[in-house]
Design a protein around this ligand. Structure first.
Ligand SMILES: [Cu+2]
Length: 486
């Protein structure tokens, strides 16, 4: 039973020290027995876990096609996408049932421009309701993809994105109430890039050298079907742009990679075998200056914009992007040298000045484990779309102290605010993370710790969600509603 499995997963987290580490013991063994591929594997160099084994670096990582507008109306570029159920070959020789935006497991990337509106018309051709939330967008409530604002089967919905924000990497995904985790896990995720003129003048790597990489995970049964509802820590197949542990040929020059963590419940802890990655941007856009890193942590829904300079490596070099827990994710194969007129300036873009805050609030994320089903809570209550938990006056600058009340459970959460990017002012109980820098809409929240975030609620009015972006948790109720009033 689904609820029992969820309980097991939470219980395993409580016992295992972290909700996001693989668990040993009966739960894992049950999964192993149930899903283990029965064929013996003779190839030594395979990725062998609970999911059917496969050979890493066997397929080239695709780059998502850039969506083309189907027209221009009322000052907006018009795009059409359909929600469709289909099958995809993710693991070799196996057809996986997936949900897609547009018919392919790797959804098209929409490339928008600051100040140039996009109209997105989404037709739901699936037999269940769905919707679209543009994660990180500054958008009217009517186009935010509210959890109750659903596209019923056979219906269409039009979303208007004004793109009045600086260049950055957003992503679009399902946010339907209670089914968001399952829908996103089965494939309702795509990348949305906003480009701006100022950024163009910086001459960062562009064109074919500006590559979005959507990272996620999956647990597959012996028939290649995605297994949902168990312990997310057991999702052992690392997927980059729709392919399991692929390779990606690169010229010996600089590339910009827009990393998106589209996994519903995972923290990627990435390294490049000690090689340097220059972080140039976070969720909301460019950092003031590039930050050299050898490790990069991204929790679900966070983005990192990085530049890797492959000219430092001889052609033939192979660099593996690895996760600290799950191992290889993606291999870069350095090929011939290539002319490179891009650069990474020391100064990228100053952050907007912090205003004086006039309101402070406390937000507590926790689980209620007392009943038969774990219940996700914010400030003691599970999500109720009919209730506004927080009333915000438009124009106000606020500081929120967001606390993870699951110290005793040792459960990791993260925190996502719709509508506005925020700044991290500090943390209590844990050190500041590199990923706290810059403009953010999602931050990690370790068990028993708090993060202080500040934002200004600008022109938009209406009801928006804020929640844990481990979507299994928001699906269990760890979500609340703010209402912005004049
Ligand atoms: Cu959570």
């Amino acid at each position: 039973m689904l609820n029992r499995r969820r309980l097991l997963s939470l219980g395993a987290a409580a016992a295992g020290g972290s909700m996001l580490l693989p668990v040993a013991g009966s739960t894992a063994n049950a999964h192993r027995d149930q899903f283990r591929h029965t064929e013996p594997h003779t190839v030594a160099d395979t990725v062998d876990g609970l999911s059917p084994a496969f050979t890493p670096f066997a397929k080239r990582m695709p780059v998502a096609p850039v969506a083309s507008p189907v027209g221009y109306a009322d000052g907006a570029d018009v795009y059409r996408l359909a929600v469709k159920q289909t099958t995809a070959e993710i693991l070799p020789g196996l057809q996986t049932e997936v949900l897609t935006f547009g018919g392919n497991f790797l959804a098209p990337t929409i490339r928008a421009r600051t100040g140039r509106p996009v109209r997105l018309i989404v037709a739901n051709q699936h037999d269940q309701h769905a919707n679209v939330h543009m994660h990180g967008a500054h958008v009217a409530a009517s186009s935010d993809g509210h959890p109750m604002d659903l596209i019923m089967p056979g219906q269409s919905r039009t979303y208007e994105y004004t793109n009045k924000q600086q260049g950055t990497t957003l992503w679009y995904h399902d946010h339907s109430h209670g089914t968001e985790a399952s829908h996103v896990y089965h494939g309702l995720h795509g990348v949305y890039v906003i480009e701006d003129d100022d950024e163009q003048y910086l001459r960062l790597p562009s064109g074919a050298f500006d590559v979005p990489i959507m990272l996620r995970d999956g647990l597959f049964d012996a028939n290649g079907q995605l297994v949902f509802g168990g312990n997310p820590a057991e999702r052992d197949v690392m997927i980059a742009n729709g392919q399991p542990v692929p390779y990606f040929p690169v010229a010996a020059r600089k590339y910009r990679f827009r990393l998106v963590n589209a996994a519903t419940e995972r923290v990627f802890k990435l390294d490049l075998g000690g090689a340097e990655m220059l972080q140039i941007g976070t969720d909301g856009g460019l950092l003031p200056s590039p930050v050299p890193l050898t490790e990069l942590e991204l929790s679900s829904a966070e983005r990192a914009d990085i530049v890797i300079d492959f000219s430092r490596f001889a052609p033939g070099t192979q660099l593996v992007l690895s996760d600290a827990v799950r191992g290889p994710v993606l291999r870069f194969d350095v090929q011939r040298a290539f002319p490179d007129f891009s650069r990474v300036p020391d100064r990228l873009r100053a952050l907007p000045a912090l205003r004086r805050a006039s309101v402070q609030r406390d937000v507590v994320l926790s689980f209620d484990m007392s009943g038969p089903i774990p219940l996700g809570l914010i400030n003691g209550l599970p999500y109720d779309p009919q209730r506004s938990d927080v009333m915000v006056q438009r124009g106000t600058t606020e500081i929120w102290r967001v606390f993870n009340g699951d110290g005793p459970l040792n459960a990791l959460h993260n925190f996502h605010l719709h509508l506005e990017q925020f700044r991290v002012l500090g943390r209590e109980g844990s050190p500041t993370l590199q990923q706290d820098a810059g403009l953010k809409d999602t931050v990690q929240l370790p068990a028993g710790t708090a993060v202080l975030v500040q934002t200004t609620f600008r022109e938009h009015l209406g009801k928006y969600a804020f929640h844990c972006h481990f979507l299994e948790h928001s699906s269990l109720g760890m979500m609340a509603q703010m209402e912005i009033v004049p």
